[in-house]
Structure formats: C-alpha cells, structure tokens
Design a protein around this ligand. Structure first.
Ligand SMILES: CC(C)(COP(=O)(O)OP(=O)(O)OC[C@H]1O[C@@H](n2cnc3c(N)ncnc32)[C@H](O)[C@@H]1OP(=O)(O)O)[C@@H](O)C(=O)NCCC(=O)NCCS
Length: 175
C-alpha cells in the first residue's frame, strides 16, 4: 500500500481509522449529488472501507484518504481503479484505469482535488505503468469536469461507463 505526498496533503490508503472522517464527507448530500445521489450511511462507509482494504491487497491500488498536513483532518478522498461498463459489480480489470476525487464541501475551491489528482496520476503512470488514464463524471458535474480540464486531460465525449452516459476525459501522459 502506497502513501503519496503533495504540498498540502498526505494521500493515505483507507484504514478503519478513516471511517468517521470519510463518513462526515460522504453523508453530505451535496458531495454525493452526482455519485450515490443520496447521503452514504455510516454502515455503508464501513463496508466501503473494508472493500477498499481488500482491493489494495488484490490490485496494489485503490482509494486514498486525503489528509490535510496542517490540520491532520480528512479533507477528501480519491481513487485509482479500473472502470466497469455495468451499473453494479466490481471494477473490471479488462477496463482502463480511472482517477477519481471528492472533497469535503468546506474544502472546495482550494485546488486540493487537482493537487491530489496529479499525485495519483503520477503513481498510475510511474508505478502501476498505466498506458492510459480515464476520468468520468455525470454530464452536469461541471466542477469535476473542470478538474479534468485543469489537469490537461483530453475530452473523449459521452461514453458508457457504470451503465450510464458519462462525460469522459483521457490522457496518456503524466499530468
Ligand atoms: C469535484 C470536486 C472535487 C471539485 O472541487 P474543486 O474545489 O472545484 O476543485 P479543486 O480542488 O481542484 O479546486 C479548483 C478551484 O480552486 C481554486 N483555487 C483556489 N486556491 C487555489 C490554489 N491554492 N491552488 C489551486 N487552485 C486554487 C481554483 O482556481 C479552482 O477554482 P475555479 O474552478 O473557480 O477556477 C468537488 O466539487 C466535489 O467534491 N464534488 C462532490 C464530489 C464529486 O462530485 N466528485 C467527482 C465525482 S466524478
């Protein structure tokens, strides 16, 4: 399991100690608006953390908590994982890798998602030796698409991932 470091953040693979901080973020309906479409319960966060711990062992990549160095608090989370075509199920190893991000609402507009994404993308290309990296979001999720643009990813149109038509960006180079 690999911890990544940026100027303001430590990206730490999920542990049981992260459940409270992650649930504080994931129980915010605004954070979950384009994701689950409703707040995540604490039990769901516990299951999420368990699943991610297994994925780290199986794949060598998965989700990190973004821990702000200055406060020691969980301010966000992000992932490197394989996409899947269908709405449900596990990431599909035959599908490309995606990077993803979310931030606690009071931490938006500080550049933290872009900062974390650059570190995750460097890990994807340099350590996992990914050929290509995708990022996808709901077509109305302009804040997330703006992160993709800010990273210099290329627009790939609307593509079907997770059983939905999603805005898709791609890159073959470190961001
Ligand atoms: C998607 C999400 C992470 C984007 O957050 P964000 O704060 O807009 O993105 P960043 O952290 O990269 O911050 C960029 C903004 O901070 C500003 N900023 C302020 N201080 C900055 C600094 N020191 N460095 C860089 N940017 C800074 C940038 O100018 C930019 O604002 P702009 O878009 O108005 O130009 C956030 O909206 C979110 O968590 N949404 C809910 C979860 C979600 O939908 N996740 C995506 C699923 S696909």
């Amino acid at each position: 399991m690999t911890t990544l470091t940026t100027e303001r953040l430590s990206l730490v693979p999920f542990t049981d100690d992260h459940v409270d901080g992650l649930n504080a973020m994931n129980s915010d309906p605004e954070v979950m608006r384009y994701l689950l479409g409703r707040p995540e319960t604490r039990d769901e966060t516990v299951v999420f953390v368990e699943r991610v711990k297994l994925r780290w062992i199986e794949c060598g990549y998965s989700w990190w908590s973004f821990i702000e160095k200055e406060s020691g608090q969980i301010v966000g989370a992000g992932a490197l994982q394989n996409l899947r075509r269908e709405a449900t199920g596990s990431p599909d190893p035959s599908c490309p890798l995606e990077i993803g991000w979310r931030l606690r609402r009071d931490c938006w507009n500080r550049g933290l998602a872009t900062e974390a994404a650059r570190a995750i993308a460097a890990f994807a290309f340099n350590t996992v030796h990914a050929d290509e990296l995708y990022a996808v979001c709901h077509p109305d999720n302009f804040a997330s698409a703006n992160v993709m643009k800010r990273l210099g990813m290329q627009y790939g149109g609307l593509q079907t991932w997770y059983g939905k038509n999603l805005t898709t960006y791609q890159t073959t180079t470190v961001l």
